[in-house]
Design a protein around this ligand. Structure first.
Ligand code: NAD
Length: 364
């Protein structure tokens, strides 16, 4: 089977780090028989410069036809003046929406070699391996009504609506249960059911789904304020965390800091499974990093680990995923690092040199 990959490198360091991810994919094609065709197109600011819009219909069509989309990053000061709905970031939201990518997966994994880079003590994060599943296209960020109104006394009133229906919760919960089943079989659903009705529906729906289809997975529930605390106190108690759009936005950023550098973390956004195929977009969690763009010093490991996450999550090719994870761990262990994770006194390598080191580790 040939996999059709759509590459959307985007802006800033996006193209720089995606080049290294592409080399890893090409290595997998040449050395492990993975059959790939890679198409590259524009998104974000690069698309604005060429086509006047951050996301074209042609890219949406190509994404809908592709087996998987790999995205670098979008945005930068060059496009600071464009209208809100035409800004580079609108391209990213547009493609998520077009593919109905409702489940966002963010792993927080720490490599032993980077223990010192975490903001927590090594003992608390050693061996950390959490997966946060965030609902991505519903909840308070999209709920209606929303707006800003002027009250009779001249004050302003801003309002948003948090809503979740059974179907929206079930589909993202299924993704989380399936992941937990393939991991350590523990799912913690995070909500605010002591205060919010939408969370009561969330908790009931997850509990019913658990009883009906996933009784082999251990399910627990936690209030979001407690979860925020537990992530700093004892993060290793978690396997998979399932939560809504707003809580997931905050908790996944908190969890990413446990692992040290933003340049290390991949993410996946998944859609519904239709005829055995699930729409999937993989991207590093970092942005376009305008401050270092063009210098060739960005850390390419988040982009390379997107390939690993794709192999593990969409392809279920665990042997290839493990091989790549091991290669990255070895590169870090050998001290082949970009400036963001280099320790003092260590020579920082370029983006390409780290890519070279990963390819060499794969060969070995
Ligand atoms: P950022 O993630 O781009 O950068 C934050 C800091 O981390 C910077 O100092 C940067 O140099 C550093 N950094 C990020 N990735 C790195 C890497 N791979 N290696 C080494 N250092 C790295 O976030 P920001 O500065 O808030 O945003 C910059 C632009 O990116 C903005 O236009 C923003 O809207 C956009 N953005 C895009 C995405 C996306 O495309 N998914 C995500 C976040 C931000």
């Amino acid at each position: 089977m040939t996999h059709n990959l759509l590459f959307l490198p985007g802006d800033g360091i996006g193209p720089e780090v995606m080049r290294e991810a592409r080399r890893v994919l090409e290595w997998l094609g040449a050395k492990r028989g993975l059959k790939l065709t890679i198409t590259e197109m524009l998104i974000g600011g690069a698309s604005i410069d060429m086509h006047g819009v951050p996301l074209t219909d042609a890219v949406i069509a190509a994404a809908q036809n592709a087996d998987v989309v790999f995205l670098g990053a979008v945005g930068g000061p060059k496009w600071a003046g464009v209208a809100h709905d035409k800004r580079p970031e609108a391209g990213l939201l547009g493609i998520r929406k077009a593919l109905d990518l409702f489940a966002n997966l963010r792993p927080a994994v720490i490599f032993d070699a980077l223990l010192d880079a975490s903001s927590l003590k090594p003992d608390i994060v050693r061996g950390l391996d959490i997966m946060i599943v965030r609902e991505l296209v519903g909840g308070v960020y999209f709920g209606q009504p929303r707006g800003i109104e002027i009250l009779p006394d001249g004050q302003k009133r801003g309002y948003n609506t948090q809503t979740y229906s059974t179907h929206e919760i079930q589909r993202v919960a299924r993704v989380a249960f399936e992941l937990a089943r393939a991991r350590r079989k523990a799912l913690c659903s995070v909500d605010k059911a002591n205060v919010m009705e939408s969370s009561i529906v969330w908790r009931e729906t997850v509990t019913e789904l658990h009883q009906a289809e996933y009784a082999d997975v251990t399910l627990s529930h936690m209030y979001v304020d407690n979860c925020a605390m537990q992530l700093c106190r004892a993060p290793k108690q978690f396997d998979v965390i399932l939560t809504d759009n707003l809580f997931g936005d905050i908790l996944s950023d908190e969890a990413s800091m446990l692992t040290g550098s933003i340049g290390m973390l991949p993410s996946a956004s998944l859609g519904a499974e239709i005829n055995g195929k699930r729409a999937a977009l993989y991207e590093p969690i970092h942005g376009s990093a305008p401050d270092i763009a063009g210098k060739g010093i960005a850390n390419p490991l988040a982009a390379i680990l997107c390939v690993e996450m794709w192999l593990r999550t969409s392809r279920r090719d665990l042997a290839a995923a493990d091989l790549l994870a091991k290669a990255v761990a070895q590169v870090l262990q050998n001290g082949a690092r970009t400036a963001d994770i280099a320790t003092s006194g260590q020579k920082a390598l370029t983006t390409q040199e780290v890519g070279d080191a990963v390819l060499k580790a794969l060969e070995n």
